[in-house]
Write a protein that binds this ligand. Structure first.
Ligand SMILES: Cc1ncc(C[n+]2csc(CCOP(=O)(O)OP(=O)(O)O)c2C)c(N)n1
Ligand code: SF4
Length: 302
């Protein structure tokens, strides 16, 4: 048997949710693996809080994570949830397999902007197209964090990265618009500066039957913040500065409708964009076909 890794001793926090985390409950370790000021710790805590408050059965919600800094969230999420770490960009494919093998499960995909809108774009599009019953939480920090701050398809124009000679100049990809165009039936965007609304969207997404995509704007202080400044020239090298920047870079959907393209440039439009509970879900249709095919003499063709 592989020996358990040694951890530096750290203080046991009093917060009950931390005790319910995987590292807390199973290893007795409460240290954070994220950089100071990173948004992923907050997201993990909010997720566990919603999961706990809604008294959901952890075994019914398998979690499939892509590859990025956020993958380390496995350590702080609810200890009872089953977790699978997928290949980079391939979490939607694994979620699809899980759902088809056992339609009573509702997979939750956690994916980064690089994972979902870079290397895994095709998988994401097909998941949304099928309207598979699953929740996708898409973390957008505008950068490839885990591999050292390379430019991502979501890096806002005009901001610096480790692999752009000057400010990023490429057109960006909009995860919300992509999900809508591909056919997801619940689509929302929010930021970690709006924790209550994030929790509200999570609750909706967990109950929704069909593909729910919730994009969360979250700070990477280390690779995005340290290289960039806000409109007033102030450094974004701290969690607080990044949160302020995120707050000032957002516009609610109803206000955005009143702005023209120039005014919207560089803004994250937040809010709930679609909630359609009546759209046919993939695994149900698949199950009907499977049942028809099982009847003798019927090959399942429609
Ligand atoms: C097939 C493959 N290509 C490249 C990588 C290297 N890689 C690992 S994580 C990552 C970027 C992750 O960025 P993102 O999804 O935005 O997550 P973040 O680290 O910012 O949280 C890359 C390029 C890999 N693991 N596998
Ligand atoms: S590198 Fe960025 S995304 Fe990764 S843990 Fe640090 S702050 Fe978070």
């Amino acid at each position: 048997m592989t020996p358990k890794p040694e951890f530096y001793p750290n203080e046991q926090p009093e917060h009950p949710l931390t005790l319910k985390s995987m590292m807390g409950a199973k290893e007795g370790n409460f240290g954070s693996l994220f950089c100071a000021g990173c948004g992923y710790g907050i997201i993990g805590q909010l997720f566990t809080k919603v999961f706990d408050k809604e008294a959901l059965d952890p075994l019914a919600y398998p979690l499939v994570l892509g590859i990025g800094c956020y993958t380390q969230m496995v350590t702080i999420l609810h200890h009872g949830i089953q977790k699978i770490v997928a290949l980079h960009g391939r979490a939607p494919a694994i979620a699809t397999g899980l759902k088809l093998a056992n339609p009573s499960l509702k997979p939750i995909v956690m994916t980064g902007d690089g994972d979902c809108l870079g290397i895994g774009t095709n998988h994401f599009v097909h998941l949304c197209r099928r309207n598979l019953d699953c929740l996708v939480i898409l973390f957008n920090n505008g950068i490839y964090g885990m591999t050292g701050g390379q430019v991502a398809p979501t890096t806002p124009k005009g901001y610096k990265t480790g692999t752009t000679m000057g400010p990023a100049f490429e057109n960006t990809i909009d995860g919300v618009q992509l999900a809508l165009a591909a056919g997801a039936s619940h689509v929302a965007r929010i930021t970690i500066a709006h924790p209550r609304t994030f929790m509200k969207y999570l609750k909706t997404g967990l109950k929704h039957e069909g593909t729910s995509v919730i994009e969360v704007i979250t700070p990477c202080v280390t690779y995005f913040g340290k290289k960039n400044v806000d409109n007033g020239g102030n450094s974004l090298a701290s969690g607080g500065a990044m949160l302020q920047w995120i707050r000032h870079s957002t516009t609610w959907r109803n206000q955005a409708a009143l702005l023209d393209d120039d005014e919207l440039a560089g803004k994250y439009v937040i809010g709930e964009f679609k909630l359609d509970g009546g759209k046919l879900e993939y695994s149900e249709q698949y199950d009907q076909i499977r049942k028809r095919a099982m009847k003798s003499g019927d090959d399942g063709t429609v």
